[in-house]
Ligand binder design. Structure first.
Ligand code: HEM
Length: 219
């Protein structure tokens, strides 16, 4: 029955072709370091899924943000688990993305023809770190507030346009409801949307160019 359904769909949608291109590729003999990109991908998806669930209860206003997180932790069924995965997943993702980048660097996998894969990776690194920075403010507790006050003040040290950039990041001179609103918007819309689009291009290039070999001595 299942084979019939798949056959029917395949005839009309070319599903097996897509499946074979993605999962039935020729891969050189590699090692465990090559799993770090997939580990990062898994974490990115987990962050997306847990973030969607958190957005059901989280309220992005200075009055309610902290309380809504307390509510998620203490009242919502498995809220502590979903938030815990999102919290620790963010930290773990920063670790895996850096290790993945180091693997690519030390194996010289950024060289021809994978330069654009590397460039999309650099943008993904910025998106990952930006997500961590904007997410950190959302609980709106003392630590979040002052970490963002310090973090955003660094932007203000850019020569000439520092003051302007600081106001763009904060939505004014101080950390207010406007800061929380824009960090929330950037955290749940701008960064995930650009991140998953970039991951699409990144993975297309990984499939198109194939996985690089483990470099041999003298290469
Ligand atoms: C959200 C972040 C990222 C995800 C989900 C991701 C995902 C992946 C996956 C699944 C692969 C194939 C398996 C592997 O080689 O590990 C890969 C390969 C690659 N990635 Fe990433 N990556 C990310 C960030 C980065 C960063 C920060 C860089 C470098 C700046 C980078 C550069 C590359 C390159 C050059 C390859 C090809 C490696 C080869 O052919 O050996 N990626 N990526």
């Amino acid at each position: 029955m299942a084979t019939k359904v798949i056959g029917w769909l395949d005839e009309r949608m070319g599903l097996l072709g897509i499946w074979n291109t993605i999962f039935d590729r020729k891969v050189p003999k590699v090692n465990w370091w090559y799993t770090l990109g997939s580990a990062t991908l898994f974490l990115a998806v987990m962050q997306g899924v847990t973030g969607i669930f958190l957005s059901i209860y989280y309220v992005p206003t200075p009055e309610d943000a902290y309380n809504s997180i307390e509510y998620i932790m203490n009242e919502v069924a498995f809220g502590w688990l979903v938030r815990g995965i999102h919290h620790w997943g963010a930290t773990l993702m920063v670790v895996t993305v850096f290790l993945h980048m180091l693997r690519v660097f030390f194996y010289g996998a950024y060289k021809y023809p994978r330069e654009v894969t590397w460039l999309t990776g650099v943008l993904l690194l910025v998106v990952t770190l930006g997500s961590g920075f904007t997410g950190y403010l959302l609980p709106w507790n003392q630590r979040a507030y002052w970490a963002t006050a310090v973090g955003s003040s660094i932007v203000g040290t850019v020569p000439l346009i520092g003051d302007f950039l600081l106001r763009v990041v904060r939505g004014g001179d101080d950390l207010t409801i406007l800061t929380l609103a824009r960090f929330f918007g950037v955290h749940i819309w701008f960064l995930p949307a650009s991140g998953f689009a970039l991951i699409g291009v990144h993975l297309y290039l990984v499939i198109r160019n194939g996985i690089s070999n483990v470099p041999q001595r003298g290469e």
